[in-house]
Design a protein around this ligand. Structure first.
Ligand code: SF4
Ligand code: SF4
Length: 205
């Protein structure tokens, strides 16, 4: 192509683009629906009775290429139980200043405790605010759930939870005092009202 033709060809590209449909998105006034498997903010899931699925194994943290996850596990006790098995995630943090939303952590999680939501509005002007804590990441309570800590469904074990045999909290289940977090029995009792005893279904074994 000659020196004369080069700029003409360049303007030709511009001219053709003038008649194409505009792709401008009016965000944030108009939000686009994300793809069903979009990689957004993480969520720590619960069993159907409200106990937590995370067992504090740290596999997600080891799988993370950006070193964005921090986990500290701890032992459950009968007086303060967060998950059906031996261990639970006492501290859980994801640093969204580091996370690249690759999803390797959710692939590594053996209990499906960690999944990703479609929420993508994660920007913030403070680094501190970008470190999401367990309390922020933990899934909310739905019908039939009681907030942790609370006892395992009577007559079941950890395996029954993973077999899907526990479908909601046992009748009369109440939240235990979170003594390891400095909560007193009186403070815990004042929150019992938020954890109404669930109607409960028989657990078929
Ligand atoms: S999505 Fe990727 S970068 Fe983000 S926490 Fe998980 S493994 Fe790390
Ligand atoms: S989220 Fe999953 S992989 Fe990470 S510590 Fe909890 S159970 Fe382990």
């Amino acid at each position: 192509m000659s020196d004369f033709q080069n700029p003409v060809a360049g303007f030709g590209v511009t001219f053709k683009a003038m008649f194409k449909k505009r792709l401008t998105e009016q965000y944030p006034e108009q939000q686009k629906t994300t793809a069903p498997r979009f990689h957004g903010r993480h969520q720590l899931n619960r069993h159907p009775d409200g106990l937590e699925k995370c067992v504090g194994c740290e596999l997600c943290a080891w799988a993370c290429p950006a070193d964005a996850i921090y986990v500290e596990g701890a032992d459950n006790t009968d007086e303060e139980r967060y998950s059906p098995g031996e261990r639970y995630g006492r501290v859980y943090q994801i640093n969204y200043a580091r996370c690249i939303l690759c999803g390797l952590c959710i692939e590594a999680c053996p209990t499906r405790a960690l999944t990703m939501t479609n929420e993508f509005e994660l920007a913030d002007s403070s680094r501190e605010n970008l470190i999401y804590t367990k309390e922020q990441l933990l899934a909310g309570l739905t019908e039939g759930m009681v907030d942790t800590p609370h006892a395992i469904y009577p007559g079941t074990d950890e395996q029954d939870y993973y077999r899907g045999l526990v479908t909601e909290a046992a009748p009369g289940t109440v939240r235990q005092p979170a003594v390891s977090r400095g909560e007193t029995v009186q403070e815990a009792e004042s929150t019992f009202g938020e954890s109404e005893p669930a109607s409960g279904k028989a657990v078929g074994r």
